[in-house]
Design a protein around this ligand. Structure first.
Ligand code: ADP
Length: 212
């Protein structure tokens, strides 16, 4: 069954059962100052939609199934810190050749470049390396700072940002990853990385939590 919108009374019933279940229809009705027969349609809907389970002579209990409101709350609470990965960072002076090897060895799709003070200065993606490789340059002589995407053009995020914010940035800028940064007096320090893979993992964990 798709998401259903519960009315105010149905939400009240869910709350009562959550806090007091198993509980009989009579007892729910009493708490709401209504008659059992007034409640019957609401109880039927909640049971059919899977929010409540009913057992004869025991009563109603909460099945754990969440409302669409609860699912959106869960999504809004997904933050970068809980899904981020370890960043792979290289120095500006590293050669393009060595950086390509590094990307393979570390099995990542992007590298972050830092200056001598460990402050974020650039990003390197697979396409940056491909573009450089099809030119006529000596990859062993060229430092990565010549080909990287550099500050202030880097899109970044903070560990407390929501995954929704990150997903929007990834789609708007058509990129695969963001550095997670902390502000320092001379710039940003890279503390983590968040990628489309992390977002996909978060998406799956949400599906898992809701038995989808
Ligand atoms: P790929 O090269 O595998 O398609 P991306 O789509 O992430 O990877 O990169 C596309 C371009 O965007 C590259 O030139 C890269 O340097 C740049 N880029 C990647 N990540 C960022 C970022 N967080 N901020 C700014 N530019 C980025």
């Amino acid at each position: 069954m798709g998401p259903i919108e519960l009315n105010k009374r149905q939400v009240e019933i869910l709350d009562i059962v959550k806090g007091n279940g198993p509980i009989t229809g009579e007892q729910i009705a009493e708490r709401l100052h209504l008659t059992r027969s007034t409640l019957r349609p609401d109880l039927a809907i909640l049971t059919m939609a899977g929010f409540l389970d009913a057992r004869p002579r025991v009563g109603y209990f909460y099945s754990g199934k969440k409302t669409s409101q609860a699912i959106s709350d869960d999504i809004a609470q997904m933050i970068v810190k809980d899904f981020q990965s370890i960043p792979v960072v290289v120095q500006e002076s590293m050669t393009v050749y060595d950086a390509i090897c590094h990307m393979f060895l570390e099995d990542v799709g992007s590298l972050f470049v830092v200056d001598k003070n460990s402050i974020l200065s650039g990003v390197l993606s697979r396409k940056d390396f491909l573009r450089t490789s099809i030119g006529n340059q000596d990859l062993n002589k060229m430092p990565v700072h010549m080909i990287m995407t550099r500050m202030p053009n880097i899109t970044y995020c903070f560990k407390g940002d929501t995954l929704i914010d990150v997903a929007k940035k990834l789609m708007d800028r058509q990129i695969d990853s963001l550095p997670v940064v902390e502000e320092r007096e001379n710039g940003f320090e890279v503390i983590a990385r968040i990628t489309k893979t992390n977002i996909t993992r978060a998406f799956l964990s949400l599906a898992d939590d809701h038995d989808l």
